[in-house]
Design a protein around this ligand. Structure first.
Ligand code: SF4
Ligand code: SF4
Length: 328
């Protein structure tokens, strides 16, 4: 059973970290994987708290630096230079935090469950990593936590694009009964079904896979695989055989992700922080704590169950959903 430490005051961070093999971080160059926010987003992890984490890692003898990857969609975070500008605007600078900020645009192939994932160079080359994740909802995966932080955030933009593209639905007319269930279930109204016609608006499709799960005749399948499956696989490609400590911040829990310029509304009150060395355990504990306060709020708001990434993560050996919660 994996340990997950829960605390509500950032002053307890050192004590929480002491529960894990943090002394092994001493002398190591440590990427602190975080999302520094899309322009206009308000809820990404804050520089002040990031500084608290960086200082704690320094106290344990580590040499931390802030780290993220470029994104596949257009915008300033599509290039290294653009993302560094956004990071600076959002307060992630050497002057504010006391360490370098590095953005990766290239990576190395790692095979997991038969597929190749291009893992960002700085993650690939590191033995010790710290994952600093702001928990929020997500339009295609229900929730973004530790698994998604690596599953999408730890790979290159080419791999991100491939994962999104491969999760899009593929329609087989011969198996379709025109029951209309897929159209009713699609959270984005991307499907239109009439008596004898089925049409999809690809520009509205986020590859969430809800229609695939809803279709009982298998008239819709994924082009390649479920987004939450490849997310778990890509996360495994990033973290397997490495020393990783995960911190989930359960604050400013918004409906949508930090990639969304307007991720409002906040859908759950602030809860606190979790730390673990297991990405599946910490995300399961995150969902359980949020469930206690707001029920199945991610599924209610985004129409997508985030529990699939937990199930897939466990199945492929990314981690364990069984955990012991230790409250400080
Ligand atoms: S749920 Fe399946 S069978 Fe029903 S309309 Fe959609 S694709 Fe066709
Ligand atoms: S994958 Fe999701 S967004 Fe795309 S058509 Fe299916 S339900 Fe709609």
């Amino acid at each position: 059973m994996k340990k997950v430490v829960f605390f509500t005051d950032s002053k307890d961070l050192d004590e929480a970290l002491d529960n894990f093999n943090i002394s092994s971080f001493s002398g190591k160059s440590v990427p602190v994987k975080l999302h520094m926010g899309e322009p206009k987003n308000k809820h990404f992890i804050k520089p002040d708290f990031t500084k608290v984490v960086v200082n704690a890692l320094k106290k344990f003898g580590a040499k931390p630096y802030l780290f993220d990857t470029t994104v596949s969609y257009s915008g300033r975070r599509h290039t290294k230079e653009g993302y560094l500008e956004v990071a600076k605007i959002h307060g992630f600078t050497f002057k504010n935090i006391g360490c370098d900020v590095v953005i990766d645009d290239t990576g190395f192939n790692v095979k997991v469950e038969g597929r190749d994932y291009e893992v960002a160079e700085n993650i690939f080359n590191s033995t010790h990593i710290f994952a600093l994740t702001h928990v929020k909802g997500h339009i295609a995966t229900g929730m973004g936590g530790a698994i998604k932080s690596f599953g999408m955030g730890g790979v290159t933009k080419e791999t991100k694009r491939k994962m999104h593209h491969g999760s899009r639905p593929l329609y087989h007319k011969n198996a379709c009964t025109y029951c209309g269930v897929c159209a009713e279930m699609c959270p984005f109204e991307a499907i239109e079904v009439q008596t004898d016609s089925w049409n999809q608006n690809m520009s509205k499709c986020f590859g969430c896979g809800v229609c695939v799960d809803a279709c009982k005749t298998k008239a819709i399948i994924h082009k390649d695989a479920d987004i939450q499956f490849v997310l778990a696989c890509a996360a495994k490609a990033c973290v397997q055989d490495k020393n990783v400590v995960y911190l989930n911040e359960l604050k400013r829990i918004a409906k949508s992700c930090d990639c969304d310029p307007s991720s409002d509304p906040i859908i759950c009150p602030d809860i606190g922080y979790l730390i673990s060395d297991d990405p599946v355990a910490i995300d399961k504990a995150t969902l359980d704590l949020i469930y206690e306060v707001k029920g199945n709020v991610f599924e209610k708001e985004n129409k997508i169950s985030p529990y699939k990434q937990i199930k897939f993560g466990e199945e492929i050996g990314l981690g364990s959903s069984s955990y012991q919660l230790i409250e400080l």
